[in-house]
Ligand binder design. Sequence first.
Ligand SMILES: [Zn+2]
Length: 182
Amino acid sequence: MAKPDLLPEIAIPYTVIRSRRKTMALVLHPDNQLEVRCGLKMPLADIQRFIQEKEAWIKRKMTENSRLIPVQIPLGADQIAALRHQTRQKAMDVIQRFPRLAPAQLIIRRQKRRWGSCSKSGVISINLCAGLLPDDLLEYIVVHELCHLIHFDHSPRFHRQLEQLLPGAQAKRRALQRYLLA
Ligand SMILES: [Zn+2]
């Protein structure tokens, strides 16, 4: 008895974005939305086969994504003002522990992708939302930027210095990667 043909089972929902491109690519967004980018005439069967081939990768990435912790800025103006005050206070507390490393200025501001930055002139900016993180991660962000007052790069000597100023800095850097600015 002939077995019925099995339909390719695609358990993972996805959207297809067609354009004038020759290759096929998968994009998995942080919210686990899967997107297939392909050429205008790519047959659906080829797309499904492509997804099946990449299934292990997709599932692995989805698991990683679900471990991410979104950090969301509060909506109201009052809450934002309170958060700004809190983040500044916490950042100042860290800075005061390193009297030899004085930034020219400390700015607390909204940044979409960065937790902090340091300018050549020594102005340190800390993301407003850093005040929502566990204190040891905010500490890491501030000390990382302070360390740029010594080494304005991410060279091995920068990382050695950072580890000296803040033992366990590398582990904190990895822990910080779980938090996603939303
Ligand atoms: Zn840096």
